[in-house]
Design a protein around this ligand. Sequence first.
Ligand code: CU
Length: 108
Amino acid sequence: MLTSLLFAFSLNTADACPMQDAAASAEAKANVEATAGAKATFEVEGMSCGDCSQKVTTALNEIEGVNAAAVDYQTGTAHICYDDSKTDKAALQKAIEDTGYKAKDSNA
Ligand SMILES: [Cu+2]
């Protein structure tokens, strides 16, 4: 009984705050660099776990014109490849900030 309770608790904790696979992050970033299109990099403030970076990644991918996005909470960065005839840096920044984190253009 106690064991299953503890197990359930640790499962929930893992659910709420997953780690991010460092190899997967590196692969996602390489994918952004290899994809054709305009590139943007933002410093994203306030992400604390894999859930946060997933949330930002999803928000970016929902923008029409985003070809690839790689968000890493450990380095606090978002690398994005986008079609600049469909969207722009301001829209990317707004999408990140709408998820609740502060974003700053690294190349501005
Ligand atoms: Cu988080």
